[in-house]
Design a protein around this ligand. Structure first.
Ligand code: KG4
Ligand code: ZN
Length: 330
């Protein structure tokens, strides 16, 4: 069963065709990162205009690379939120037009749920690495840091979340403070490679909860820079990365233990961070699944995969489907 996925929640215009929720037939995307880099962050109005320009060529590319026609598809999955309202509207309206024109089922997908389903985009094999329930998933992106317990497909219990900045947002702000450029996560990771963890930064453990807080680390870094106490950018980047990763890993492992799950999953743009990937694998007594790098950041294959499992559960939407910019998980 082939599902077309469409993703326009933020600054990537993406379309993909995925078979049976696991096999990627195509997954092209048009990134706006260079346009927004000029402003040091995403400009919502610019983002929606870029989506309008890119969506049709990207759709055509996704269909051509997958060698499919509309009649080969079983449904259209599209991100409805969370994200930028103007950006989401582009994807949702295109998806509705296709669904109407070709009488195809429409499946609205939560972007965060999509990130989790990037973990299903692995070819099944005899020693299948398909996720096993119950599991705990840490979703860390530019807008969210959520710890979720999943007992089955579409069954989410939110265990914890950030009380202020999301992990990716903290990386982006720290990179700005250290003048390392945008997007901040990859910039911090690159700088950290030649640095040593030598600066003490305050970590918020929020004991007794599964919640996170990253604004204190960021502010402490800012104060040190303002006071002229940071002489080596690489050391500061390494120290910041370590402080954030440390908390993410410890809290995820503690939640997995508490809920006696079978596996730990990592998802979202920050899951591309090498130090986080390694520390979670090293620190978890349970098997850890992490999507390949290019499936951690925003893409449409993860939306198509999630759409497939929703479709299987009979969760189909009507043409009155609307965007939900503040949509949450669980
Ligand atoms: O999931 P995503 O692509 O978009 C959202 O849904 O937000 O995540 C983007 C976030 C950005 O904050 C970016 O700085 C961060 O993921 N990110 C990273 C890395 N690659 C992307 N953070 C740390 N290390 C990375 N290698
Ligand atoms: Zn995302």
């Amino acid at each position: 069963m082939k599902i077309l996925g469409i993703e326009t929640s933020c600054d990537e215009t993406a379309a993909a065709v995925v078979e049976d929720g696991v096999s990627i037939l195509s997954n092209p995307l048009a990134s706006q990162v260079e346009i927004h880099a000029r402003y040091g962050g995403i400009v919502p109005e610019v983002a929606s205009r870029q989506h309008l320009l890119a969506i049709i060529p990207i759709l055509e590319q996704a269909m051509a690379e997958a060698k499919v026609t509309w009649s080969d598809l079983s449904g259209i999955a599209v991100t409805i939120g969370p994200g930028l309202a103007g950006s989401l509207l582009v994807g949702v309206n295109v998806a509705k037009a296709i669904a109407l024109a070709h009488t195809l089922p429409l499946i609205g997908v939560n972007h965060l749920e999509g990130h989790i389903y990037a973990n299903w985009l692995i070819e099944p094999s005899p020693d299948s690495t398909t996720p096993l329930f119950p599991l705990v998933c840490l979703i860390v992106s530019g807008g969210h840091s959520d710890l979720v317990l999943m007992k089955g497909h579409g069954d989410y219990t939110l265990l914890g979340r950030t009380r202020d900045d999301a992990a990716g947002e903290a990386f982006d702000k720290a990179a700005r403070i250290l003048d390392l450029g945008y997007p901040g996560g990859p910039a911090i990771e690159r700088a950290a490679e030649s640095g040593t963890v030598s600066i003490q930064l305050p970590q918020a453990w929020l004991k007794g909860t599964n919640d996170f807080s990253f604004s204190g680390i960021k502010t402490a870094l800012l104060r040190l820079v303002e006071a002229g106490k940071v002489s080596n950018q690489a050391d500061a980047a390494a120290s910041f990365q370590e402080a954030v990763v440390d908390v993410l890993v410890a809290k995820t492992v503690a939640a997995a233990r508490e809920h006696r799950v079978k596996q730990v999953l990592l998802a979202g743009g920050v899951a591309a961070n090498g130090r986080l990937r390694q520390k979670l694998i090293d620190g978890s007594p349970l098997p850890v699944l992490i999507p390949p790098l290019k499936l951690c950041t925003d893409n449409a294959a993860m939306i198509a995969a999630c759409g497939y499992f929703r479709f299987q559960a009979g969760k189909i939407d009507g043409l009155d489907l609307d965007v939900l910019p503040g949509l949450k998980l669980g």
